[in-house]
Design a protein around this ligand. Sequence first.
Ligand SMILES: NC(=O)c1ccc[n+]([C@@H]2O[C@H](COP(=O)([O-])OP(=O)(O)OC[C@H]3O[C@@H](n4cnc5c(N)ncnc54)[C@H](O)[C@@H]3O)[C@@H](O)[C@H]2O)c1
Ligand SMILES: O=C(O)[C@H](O)COP(=O)(O)O
Length: 529
Amino acid sequence: MTFRILVADPLSEEGIKPLKCNPKMDVTMQTSLSPEELLEEIPKYDALIVRSQTTVTRKVIEHAKKLKIIGRAGVGTDNIDIDAATEHGIVVVNAPNGNTNSAAEHAMAMLMSLSRNIPQAYYSLKQRQWDRKKFIGTELKGKKLGIVGLGRIGTEVAYRAKGQRMKVIAYDPFLTEEKAEKIGVGYGTLEDVLRSADFITVHTPLLKNTRHLINADSFAIMKTGVHIINCARGGIIDEEALYDAIVAKKVAGAALDVFENEPAIDNKLLTLPEVVATPHLGASTVEAQENVAIDVSHDIARFLNGAVAENPVNLPAISNEHMGKLKPYFTLAEKLGEFLSYLTDDAIEEITLNYAGDITEYEVTPVSRIAIKGLLKKHLGTHVNEVNALYLAEKKDITIHENKTKSAAEGFTNLLRLEIKTAEGKFCAAGTLLNGLGPRIVHVGEFHVDVTPEGHIVLIHHRDQPGVIGKMGNLLGKHHINIATMQVDRSDAGGNAIMMLKVDRHLKQESIDALKALPEIQDVRTIDF
Ligand SMILES: NC(=O)c1ccc[n+]([C@@H]2O[C@H](COP(=O)([O-])OP(=O)(O)OC[C@H]3O[C@@H](n4cnc5c(N)ncnc54)[C@H](O)[C@@H]3O)[C@@H](O)[C@H]2O)c1
Ligand SMILES: O=C(O)[C@H](O)COP(=O)(O)O
């Protein structure tokens, strides 16, 4: 099988070699598609790679009938409708580490250009003017740099600013005193940073709660003469408020690499002499472009080949080691979910996943996602996958509970008990991973069994009476159904009982009806794995 990959923004040729050289990948570069052309093209592709230029809207995703993965060759994914991708079961991956250095160096270049008026002085000299008085700068040494967002890039900027002998104070909701001490920066609230800094640089992602994080109120509490740097995302700083603050001489100058609307050729901030600007060049170095293209290419190939993506944005990231431990449970979880879904025809209201034994040592949400996928598959088919399983469950008002109790494994080394609640009542099944033998279903409701979840299974609830097994065997014989294996269990003599049969082929409705017509039989369910 060949996978078709559309590269919609310019990418390093060297960096996408891993995809281009892979015989299973058919790569098409179309880097100047209009939004309308993208809508026309996208249905043909299994994967899409973009940078920040192409906007992947809900509409694009709705047209993308075959799309399995979107790769962002860079960090910020604000140009991709992640919710829409998740709802459609499309994985989004990015390349979070490849351009950190490049972006941090660019932020420092912008900071220094701003403090020494380098772009303005350069332009003046090119106009054949030798003006030395006009471009008196400000030293960085001893000044305070306020960093808003101390993640990968913010941290690298902090190290570099310290090299310039600046004092650094940072605000990040995840910054602890210990971490700040380790990096060698001061830390405070956003207000502390805004009030005390001489230079302020933002390094957060653009999210709902960071849009206009720096606004008119923020400028009001800053020092007069403050300098602002934004090499993260347009929209984190309110551009109107920044414009007004510069005109009012509250802000001495701003260095901007990113804008609310790009390309930003008509942005009025560019008319101000106090503003130095670049056209979103933070990640534009040979090294960064090669890094991000390599990272995203590897992740796409890995994912399309059935392995787990390393940098998923809409799935929990799992280390290889952790994945090695969890992967064997995926088949168990999916089959158990699928099995349980066939025990009722009513809508699921609640799902409870109880983990016991060894598996409780790991973060089990990836296993839960697969179990829920298995449960929803009967009605949603291939539309449900591990990316959208939780979303689809939530959309259907299904409540999910996940519990871990190491000691509740009932003698097994590991046990996953899945329970669903419907209007009809509660249904439950449990499974284990038998060392070297793979998944087994070991409980159905109150009954004990030992069945491999594969092939054609017939589950019969009946009353424990002499002759019932013989009657059932005869009937299936008449219908030319061969029984491969059989398990029987009962609550007590003469009470409720189950038979779990493995048969050689799918049971037709007439055979099911004939079984149901036997007086001792209470219910018949068939599950075809
Ligand atoms: N100009 C460019 O070309 C360029 C290049 C690379 C990255 N970027 C931008 O830089 C951003 C940061 O990249 P990164 O790799 O450092 O990401 P990161 O995830 O490592 O760091 C982001 C940090 O922001 C913090 N944060 C989130 N909300 C916050 C808030 N309300 N206040 C303060 N801090 C907050 C997070 O806790 C995190 O530590 C990216 O999202 C991207 O938009 C721009
Ligand atoms: O978020 C990022 O990685 C940067 O903004 C880089 O964007 P680009 O890939 O368009 O250069």
